[in-house]
Ligand binder design. Structure first.
Ligand code: CA
Ligand code: CA
Length: 200
């Protein structure tokens, strides 16, 4: 009689162990799925967070130089910040004053080209000053969200300043036409800055 009871208890014990194993397995799988969901949510939160960070303006860079007609100069900007949303480049120049009251200095023409860190060339229009006034070019490059997420804007950017043409100084001599004095260069000033998201 005692032997039969013992065998029955062993059978029940094995059955209980199997049931417990199944329950533990189910609970473990459930925990893994929940943890996975938490990780996904954390990644999503992190990805969304940078859009809500405040936008900071970098210190402005400044260069000045003098270019000959039909020449170009390159300024390298090294961006180390992540989450950069835009780079702005501004070029200004003033043509030389006329050599005398009888002359008029014809406009000078400049152009900007920016090569991004992901090797895309972005160009301004060719722009000339009005006679007797300063010339000005503003070129702003906005970074797409895809490039922000992959930090494509980290690296070297090249700003290319092109002095395309320098209009000569002209003096009207009535119906005969013009006499000219050559204008073959011009001075310029360049400022640039970029904007980026930074966490608090
Ligand atoms: Ca000129
Ligand atoms: Ca000039």
């Amino acid at each position: 009689m005692d032997i039969e009871v013992e065998l029955m208890n062993r059978g029940q014990l094995i059955e209980l162990i199997i049931i417990c194993s199944i329950i533990i397995t189910i609970l473990s799988l459930s925990g893994c799925i929940e943890n996975g969901n938490d990780n996904d949510n954390n990644d999503q939160d992190l990805e969304e967070d940078w859009r809500e960070w405040p936008i900071i303006k970098s210190d402005a860079g400044y260069e000045q130089s003098h270019s000959d007609e039909n020449s170009e100069e390159i300024i390298i900007v090294n961006i180390t910040e992540e989450y950069v949303t835009s780079l702005t480049v501004e070029l200004t120049w003033e043509d030389e004053p006329p050599v005398s009251q009888y002359y008029e200095n014809q406009p000078d023409t400049f152009k900007l080209r920016v090569s991004t860190s992901w090797e895309e060339d972005i160009k301004s229009n060719m722009t000339n000053n009005s006679i007797g006034e300063a010339g000005y070019i503003n070129l702003t490059i906005n970074v797409s969200e895809d490039d922000i997420v992959t930090s494509a804007m980290v690296g070297e950017w090249a700003i290319n300043i092109q002095c395309v043409d320098c209009g000569d100084q002209e003096r009207s001599i009535g119906p005969i036409g013009f006499t000219t004095m050559q204008d073959d260069s011009n001075a310029w000033e360049l400022t640039y800055y970029y904007e980026f998201h930074r966490s608090n």
